[in-house]
Design a protein around this ligand. Structure first.
Ligand code: MG
Length: 363
């Protein structure tokens, strides 16, 4: 048999019909507009709100909640994420949710791209499974909630005056993450440093366009007490990033260059670690796989997030006992979070100890 025909036929195993009898399943996928506390600027965009896709999966008296923040870089928006859910709705309604790994593999097989839509589905299923089993998701993954790392609080690109004000407002967070990658990098860092001596982490979001500029800026940042740099060069410039890494001391973390588990092996020589996000990986299961692969390759691990509500950020936080670094503040940047979930106390992520994600609606 031809290799291609053999693998195609092997992949087309039908999903079992649901074994559970009681409680007809239901799926709701709706777009929620999250209002930002501050206008948010990075090298990629500037905005006052974000639309994310919220999915709920109900069955047997339990409702699991999921969320995905569409990423423009991957040509996604909230509408296309919603359409992705519609594409697999009937399959999901007839599948057994306790076979969630098989179900999500089938979602990944049927839907091209649309990682935020997949993440919303994966998180809703995992929340449902945790509730059904009566355990928090960190327990499902065998993790200790005391091992959560400190999260950074992010300072978006702005004028020096507003940057100073945002830095003062972040007084309770022990580590800050500062967005750079534009012509204003030096004034931005100087504005932050004029207000605080805290450890800083910096994210260039692919903003520097050549390797010499990256080396120059990273060496300058090192003298400013910056701990590590995220994605200094465009994702495709892996060889150039390797060149930069051999000339600087500061650890370099891949973000835009690292979307899925299969990206990680080729990043090993160019980056010290990877920033995993549920919205770009397609959910908790793929994010867990990515973190384990990165660890197996001796790389540092980080969990990040997009601007999103406590649904998505809490899902990532349940995996955070696994990682070296966390940047899970997307819910802290919005003014109309529909749920309470993970909390932050002096930077430490505090996980709810209720089943599933442990979310409670904001009244
Ligand atoms: Mg980043």
């Amino acid at each position: 048999m031809h290799r291609r025909t053999f693998f195609q036929s092997a992949a087309a195993i039908p999903l079992a019909k649901s074994l559970g009898a009681a409680g007809a399943p239901g799926i709701e996928a709706r777009i929620v507009r999250l209002n930002l506390r501050h206008t948010w600027t990075t090298t990629m965009s500037s905005s006052e709100y974000r639309d994310t896709l919220h999915v709920s999966y109900s069955r047997d008296g339990f409702t699991g909640h999921g969320e995905g923040a569409p990423i423009v870089r991957y040509k996604e928006d909230a509408k296309s994420a919603q359409q992705a859910v519609e594409q697999v709705r009937s399959m999901l309604l007839s599948a057994d949710p306790m076979q969630f790994a098989k179900v999500m593999a089938e979602v990944f097989r049927r839907v091209n791209g649309e990682w935020a839509g997949k993440a919303a589905l994966d998180i809703a299923l995992m929340d449902w499974v945790g509730q059904r089993l009566g355990i928090p998701l960190y327990t499902y993954f065998g993790l200790d909630p005391k091992d959560t790392p400190l999260t950074t609080f992010s300072i978006g690109i702005d004028t020096p005056e507003i940057t100073k004000q945002k830095t003062r407002e972040a007084a309770e967070y022990p580590i800050l993450k500062v967005k750079v990658g534009l012509a204003t990098d030096e004034p931005t860092i100087e504005a932050v440093r004029s207000v605080t001596k805290k450890p800083l982490r910096v994210d260039a979001n692919e903003g520097w366009k050549n390797k010499e500029e990256a080396v120059r800026k990273i060496n300058w940042l090192e003298r400013q007490g910056v701990e590590f740099i995220e994605q200094p060069l465009p994702a495709a410039m892996i060889e150039e990033t390797r060149w930069v890494r051999s000339r600087v001391h500061m650890p370099i973390i891949a973000d835009e260059a690292c979307q899925h588990a299969s990206d990680i092996p080729k990043l090993r020589e160019a980056f010290d670690g990877v920033n995993v996000k549920l919205d770009k990986s397609g959910g908790m299961l793929e994010a867990y796989r990515m973190l384990q692969i990165a660890k197996a390759l001796g790389m540092k691990t980080m969990l990040g997030c997009m601007i999103s509500s406590s649904v998505s950020v809490t899902a990532a936080a349940h995996l955070s006992p696994l990682v070296d670094f966390a940047d899970l503040d997307g819910n802290l940047l919005i003014a109309n979070d529909p749920f309470h979930g993970v909390r932050v106390e002096k930077g430490k992520l505090i996980l709810p100890n209720r089943p599933g994600l442990g979310l409670t609606p904001v009244k």
